[in-house]
Design a binder for this molecule. Structure first.
Ligand SMILES: NC(=O)c1ccc[n+]([C@@H]2O[C@H](COP(=O)([O-])OP(=O)(O)OC[C@H]3O[C@@H](n4cnc5c(N)ncnc54)[C@H](OP(=O)(O)O)[C@@H]3O)[C@@H](O)[C@H]2O)c1
Length: 330
């Protein structure tokens, strides 16, 4: 089989293609035929050597991928051959709070999905809903789960409240759709006006092009009455405007401090002092969160009583929406 492995750092030239024997599972492992993979911002950071968790040299990159199981070890109980699965980002983090012992990540310190056959401990994987095709299913592990936890993790928003998503990246598009699922209004800002129609089609009630209106915070606040929850993915480029757009007691899930050029957030003191917004953080999420997200996706597509194996119609919401699923179904 063919596998890419990370050798060095500095860009895609550090990806070495290897011919390897197809893996045999150890007793607690599953082997999946990888059908599709997708890219996240963290994958470029890992390649460039700027990711906070140093990758293991020789690791198979990519956290996000989906496939069907072709072999299982003797003691595996959670899965059977033929099951459709994806991986959990912090593979060892099953539930509760994270700590240093749970920090291993697929495609960084643990072998990931940029291979024809991936090997996972059975505890590192989850069942996929039947209604998702391989491309959709391959986008859930990082961007999907981050969007889910950003929208549901803090106990807000409530139906009818306003959520702001920043940009049209993977996390934002998932957050947009999950916020609509909860009955919220969604405002979206993007630096690229051509994305406006796509954002509206996914449910955004208000879309602003930041190139046309660089100081967009007050306009968003005026048109929405103030944002209750911001999913802040823009960092230095957008954080001040997000704060201006928020209600006095708003909530901002701050997912990044830095932009691609290494710039970081500069916030005028007067702006900070005028706001009582809560600023919170998260690290993607754990397997229990991922399973909760998939239950929600499954119930939207098939109804609340649907079983994993039941045939299902195509969903209207949420679909997996990463615009950058990278490989075609294999
Ligand atoms: N703390 C955590 O747990 C966590 C988890 C996941 C991600 N993050 C961070 O959150 C941020 C967003 O992550 P992401 O995965 O959503 O990143 P992404 O897909 O790379 O999107 C980031 C931004 O790039 C622009 N963009 C989208 N598609 C593009 C394309 N095809 N070409 C060029 N630009 C494009 C979008 O802004 P415009 O619409 O304005 O163009 C988008 O908001 C990143 O900084 C990431 O590191 C944090």
């Amino acid at each position: 089989m063919r596998s890419y492995r990370l050798e060095g750092s500095g860009g895609t030239e550090c990806l070495a293609l290897h011919d390897e024997p197809r893996p045999e599972p150890k007793p607690h492992e599953i082997v999946l035929r990888v059908r599709a993979t997708s890219l996240n911002r963290r994958d470029t950071m890992i390649l460039n050597g700027t990711y906070p968790l140093p990758p293991r040299q020789g690791v198979v990159p990519l956290s996000d991928g989906a496939g069907d199981i072709v072999a299982i070890g003797d003691t595996v109980t959670r899965f059977a051959v033929g099951d459709r699965v994806t991986g959990s980002y912090f593979a060892r983090w099953i539930d509760g709070r994270i700590h240093a012992g749970l920090i291993d990540q697929l495609g960084c310190t643990l072998d990931g999905m940029l291979t024809e056959y991936a090997v996972l401990d059975e505890q590192w994987a989850v069942h996929l809903p039947d209604h998702l095709d391989w491309h959709e299913a391959a986008t859930l592990t990082c961007a999907g789960l981050t969007g889910w936890n950003a929208v549901t993790g803090a106990g807000i928003p409530k139906p009818g409240q306003w959520v702001l998503v920043v940009g049209s990246g993977g996390v934002s598009l998932f957050a947009l759709q999950f916020a609509k699922l909860l009955g919220c209004h969604v405002a979206a800002v993007t630096s690229r006006g051509e994305k406006a129609d796509r954002l509206r089609a996914l449910g955004a009630d208000l879309v602003i092009s930041t190139s046309d209106m660089p100081q967009w915070g007050a306009a968003v606040r005026d048109q929405t009455g103030g944002i209750d929850l911001v999913i802040e993915t823009g960092g230095p480029a957008t954080f001040a405007q997000s704060l201006i757009a928020s209600t006095l007691y708003g909530h901002i899930v701050l997912l990044t401090l830095q932009d691609a050029k290494g710039g970081s957030i500069q916030l005028p003191a007067a702006l900070y002092q005028r706001s009582l917004a809560t600023i919170s953080r998260l690290f993607v999420g754990n397997r229990t969160n991922l399973e909760a997200m998939l239950r929600a996706a499954r119930s939207i597509a098939c109804g609340p009583s649907s079983k994993r194996s039941s045939p299902s119609p195509r969903p209207s919401m949420p679909t997996a929406i990463s615009s950058r699923a990278t490989s075609s179904g294999r």
